[in-house]
Design a protein around this ligand. Structure first.
Ligand code: PLP
Length: 346
């Protein structure tokens, strides 16, 4: 599978930051850029500040979850306000591409990217590109699990334990790219009927569906919930700072995301959006992730991989069908079904 072997290769891409120099002239460029940012606030800020410093282009950045940014682009489509959508899971980027909310672009940096990043670009018909990859899983609070007297959860099935009632958090897949990735993952891993049975059973243990995908990792690190279903790298953030949270790659296998970037159709600052796009694909820009506590795998082969990044080549990853689950019809259908069959349950 292209995507997986590409991911594996990236684990060895620890080369020093290479000579892929960004050609914008510092401080001489002008104007502004409206950026919709789909990752964690700290990384969003690091990116917009560094781009501003390198180019002199003023960045107005807003952080939102992936499903929310997609909905915003749709709502603004007759009068676009954003220029570039940077970050967030690839599925809603693909839906936006299919619906003509974003536009084609071919960066000169494409030649430096992993296959999995270019697969997103091809699937989106040049309207989106992979900027990072990360696997889905969960994090559990070691103290909470110990006090419940249950074995440490290692598998998706373990999250159905009745002793975890009201002690699992996950986001709402309508707003969160992470939670939609979970929905698509269980459907692919278990089949649609069994997948929905799983989500209904899980619902009994879910205390709340948060808006943002990474929020349950923080809640688990603080002991506000026993388990948070998140991208594994989002649980690692708290584990490396010494919080009592253990990240888990589920034993049955799991899905993963190709975090993506797209240029908004009708962008008012199109030249600056292209400048940002090219810059965001350089190893120098991608190296901002680690210091901003974001441990995804970067898409440029020459970007340094943060030492804390989960080892995706050692996980059982499903052959995630991004084309199908990022299609407008399938994403719309699955979200409506989840609202009706899962969220509406008492
Ligand atoms: N934060 C990080 C670090 C991520 O990797 C991702 C996924 O791309 C997200 C946030 C997505 O956020 P949400 O699930 O709120 O859309």
């Amino acid at each position: 599978m292209h995507t997986r072997s590409g991911l594996k290769a990236s684990l060895f891409a620890l080369a020093a930051v290479a000579a892929t120099a960004f050609s914008a002239a510092p401080a001489s460029a002008q104007g502004s850029l409206v950026m919709y940012c789909g990752v964690q606030e700290e990384w969003c800020r690091a990116m917009s500040n560094a781009f501003e410093k390198d180019t002199g282009i003023k960045v107005a950045m807003t952080r939102k979850s992936a499903g929310e940014i997609y909905a915003q682009l749709k709502a603004e489509s007759s009068n676009p306000r954003g220029d570039v959508w940077w970050g967030g899971t690839g599925d809603p980027h693909l839906q936006a591409a299919e619906e003509g909310l974003t536009q084609e672009y071919t960066s000169p940096l494409n030649k430096d990217l992993h296959d999995w990043s270019l697969n997103q670009w091809k699937a989106a018909k040049q309207r989106s590109i992979g900027i990072y990859a990360g696997a889905l899983g969960f994090g559990f609070n070691t103290e909470q699990i110990k006090s419940k007297g249950i074995p440490e959860p290692k598998c998706w099935a373990d999250l159905l334990n009745a002793k975890l009632k009201d002690d699992v958090q996950v986001a709402d897949p309508n707003s969160s790219g992470t939670a939609y990735n979970l929905l698509a993952t269980v459907v692919q891993l278990m089949g649609e009927d069994k997948g929905f049975e799983y989500l209904k059973a899980l619902h009994k243990n879910v205390s709340q569906y948060t808006k943002s995908g990474a929020a349950p990792a923080k809640a688990a690190s603080l002991g506000e919930t026993a388990v948070g279903i998140v991208f594994i790298h989002d649980a690692v953030v708290f584990a490396v700072q010494g919080d009592p949270i253990k990240p888990v790659a589920p034993c049955e296998g799991t899905g993963y995301e190709i975090g993506s970037m797209s240029i908004v159709k009708g962008a008012r600052n199109l030249d600056n959006a292209k400048k940002f796009y090219d810059w965001a694909l350089t190893p120098v820009a991608q190296a901002l992730a680690g210091p901003a506590k974001s441990y995804q795998l970067p898409s440029n082969k020459a970007s340094p991989v943060p030492a804390q990044s989960p080892k995706m080549d050692q996980m059982k990853l499903i052959d995630y069908d991004f084309v199908k689950y990022g299609s407008s019809a399938e994403r719309t259908r699955l979200l409506a079904k989840w609202d009706k069959d899962v969220k509406a349950l008492p």
